[in-house]
Design a protein around this ligand. Structure first.
Ligand code: IVH
Length: 671
């Protein structure tokens, strides 16, 4: 065969193999036998070996060839990968539908109901029809580049049937029978078993060696388009049809529904039949079909208002509570944990469960030796929900919380109004370790390879005493640690180095300031832009931010008043940790458009055209801080009919007062 003939044959094979992949993986209608398919692949491998220069980047042999990676690169999602809100029963679903109808101002809404696949969210990018890259969700903003691993998934075409440029989102998963085969193989080899298909899919995609991933036989369903050029799409269902047409695998059980009753039928149908599916699902996703309506409804900080997940009820099991252990958390809170006779729950084996606090143990009268009902809360941390009293035989023992910290032996205190017992010794090693575990966690500084085990080792060896020490670690000292080879040490040092580039919100959250969660950290970073400015902020300035209340403001000021904290921040900064916000500038964008941006507003009296809560949300969306009482800090009072003392006070204080008509004028955008 001469070169020209070889090239022609290779192109034929590319097209044929891609077509068979499509028939088999996307349409589920194979038209050749496995042997015929294997033959074509063998032919292609031979030709490519003879003519390596002719090999195309989208060749199907590319799926298994890549070399292992030292670590994954981080990638920023242009369009964040959000999560979904949840509903758990019919009445919550009806509330969701009501909010949607109100938001759109229509009585009849078309929804799409889909299976909620229990796998791992991924994002795929195609340019001119060629698969170029794919990433995990990560924290929603930053994920990991797992292109090589995704190429091993045959349901992901390396070349689309049309030359479109798009970014699609979907769920990679491990089919149930593949999961069973995998665990069987692992058992034979004496390896640790995966708890469920979800974990094994996630574990597989985190493999640095694509050859291992290829053996795991993962699959995927695509369920959404994040960005697209070259397709004209007006509804979600049209989008799914387009995805299938261009060669991407969508779930066949998707259904367009026209009422809540129809949605409930779909939910019931799949609740009864989920065990028969060849893959695991953990609920049903409900989406508003028309894109125009989706846009009208928009998003909250975390999730779209136009979609929700109906979660299947958590499974419950009964087991014996063998003992109670107490742990000291990052804030010094001492919490009891139940040690259980291992029991299978929603596909995982559970050995520990949260008991929250001593009051709960008393209230439920939980005793050591009891048979207890355990339940998965939100599908992650199991908790003890009740005691099976009928099964008591009199040998069960009441439990009392310790009076001293199990870690540093300081006396525990119970702070007024709080249920938790606390260790208030700031030098308590348990708290320090937990604080560092929090600092490196995914939503905080996201340092891979620094799990709980390594932090504890580093601490116990005296190599770290505070988070800044992480940036001064010595390679040789790390090599002395247990289970730390050259490669893991280098990966770890690389991950630590990379974390220096994080945007400010990750650092703020990572510091673990009391009451400051990930969302508040983002708001603070966006508002103050640099650590220095945040450290100088007064309680008043902090409170002016929506969602920062007086308690959080006080906690932040108190935190930064501490000279030890200032010294810590200084050391982090000297180490090269970025102290500036890198995200979008929220305030400026809002300030241009809205007369409410940055204004402190109070609403009073009866309004004819607005519901109080909805108006409040709308104003907050425009950058206003809406508070309950008029003070010298108030910028504007919105006064409806029969406004009483607040109006008097506003007049006394010379606060601007507007009536409902003026409000409507201010809210309607200028021509
Ligand atoms: S839509 C804006 N559809 O569930 C969010 N998600 O919390 C778009 N998932 O992380 C998600 N099946 O990984 C959507 N048919 C489906 C899904 C699905 C599974 C996962 C997804 C996401 C999580 C939602």
């Amino acid at each position: 065969m001469n070169k020209e003939q070889a090239q022609k044959r290779m192109e034929e094979l590319y097209a044929q193999i891609e077509e068979h992949n499509y028939q088999y993986y996307v349409l589920d209608r194979p038209i050749v036998t496995d042997q015929e398919y294997d033959h074509m692949m063998q032919d292609l491998i031979r030709l490519e070996a003879e003519h390596p220069d002719l090999k195309a980047p989208h060749s199907p042999t590319e799926r298994v060839g890549a070399e292992p990676l030292p670590h994954f690169q981080k990638v920023t999602h242009d369009i964040p990968m959000l999560s979904l809100g949840n509903v758990f029963d019919e009445s919550e679903l009806r509330d969701f539908d009501r909010r949607v109808r109100q938001g759109i101002g229509q009585e009849n809404i078309e929804y799409v109901a889909e299976l909620k696949i229990d796998g791992l969210a991924v994002s795929l990018r195609y340019e001119d029809g060629q698969f170029v890259s794919g990433a995990t969700r990560g924290d929603g903003t930053t994920g990991e580049d797992i292109t090589q691993n995704l190429k091993t998934i045959r349901a992901i075409p390396l070349k689309l049937r049309e030359p479109v440029t798009l970014e699609v989102r979907g769920e990679a998963y491990m089919p149930k029978h593949e999961f069973e085969k995998l665990n069987q193989r692992r058992e034979e080899k004496g390896e640790e078993l995966f708890a469920n298909p979800r974990n094994s899919a996630a574990g597989s995609l985190r493999q640095l060696d694509p050859k291992i991933v290829a053996q795991r036989h993962l699959s995927i369903f695509l369920y959404g388009i994040a960005q697209v050029q070259g397709l004209d799409i007006h509804s979600h269902s049209e989008g799914l049809e387009a995805l299938e047409r261009i060669g991407l695998k969508t779930n066949p059980e998707t259904k367009v529904c026209h009422s809540v009753d129809e949605l409930l039928d779909y939910i019931q149908y799949w609740t009864d039949r989920r065990a028969e599916l060849p893959y695991e699902i953990d609920g049903i996703v409900i989406k508003v079909n028309h894109i125009q309506y989706q846009e009208q409804l928009g998003f909250t900080a975390k999730s779209p208002r136009w979609a929700t997940a109906y979660k299947f009820p958590a499974e419950e099991s009964v087991t014996i509570l063998k003992d109670i252990e107490v742990n000291v958390g990052r804030t010094g809170a001492v919490t009891p944990t139940a040690l259980l006779e291992p029991v299978s729950l929603a596909g995982t084996t559970v050995k520990r469960a949260s008991l929250h606090n001593e009051d709960l143990i008393r209230e439920k009268d939980i005793r050591i030796g009891d048979h207890v009902v355990v339940k998965k809360a939100g599908d992650i941390i199991p908790e003890v929900v009740a005691v099976v009293e009928e099964r008591r035989d009199g040998t069960e023992k009441e439990y009392h919380m310790p009076t001293h910290c199990p870690e540093c032996h300081a006396e525990l205190v119970r702070i007024e109004e709080e249920v938790a017992l606390r260790c208030i010794n700031p030098k308590c090693p348990a708290q320090i370790k937990e604080g560092m575990i929090h600092y490196v966690s995914r939503n905080a500084m996201n340092i891979d390879g620094l799990g709980e085990r390594v932090i504890i080792q580093l601490y116990d060896q005296g190599l770290i005493r505070e988070v800044a020490d992480l940036y001064y670690l010595d390679r040789d000292e790390l090599l002395q640690l247990e289970r730390m080879g050259e490669k893991s040490v280098d990966n770890l040092l690389h991950a630590i180095e990379q974390s220096k580039e994080n945007s400010l919100e990750k650092l703020i959250f990572g510091l673990g300031i009391r009451l400051v969660g990930a969302k508040a950290a983002r708001l603070l970073a966006a508002q103050f832009e640099t650590m220095d400015r945040l450290m100088d902020a007064t309680e008043e300035e902090l409170e002016a931010i929506n969602e920062v209340g007086p308690k959080m403001a006080e906690s932040i000021v108190t935190y930064f008043d501490n000279p030890e904290v200032c010294a810590l921040v200084e050391r982090l900064s000297v180490a090269g940790v970025n102290m500036a916000y890198k995200g979008p500038k929220l305030q400026e964008a809002e300030a241009v458009d809205s007369p409410f941006a940055g204004q402190t507003v109070v609403i009073t009296g009866t309004l004819e055209h607005f519901k109080r809560n909805e108006l409040k949300e709308q104003l907050q969306g425009l950058g206003a801080k809406v508070t309950g009482s008029v003070s010298k800090n108030t910028d504007m009072l919105i006064a409806g009919e029969n406004a009483g003392s607040k109006l008097d006070k506003a007049n006394d204080l010379n606060v601007r007062v507007i009536d409902e008509n003026e409000l409507i004028n201010l809210l309607s955008p200028p021509e």
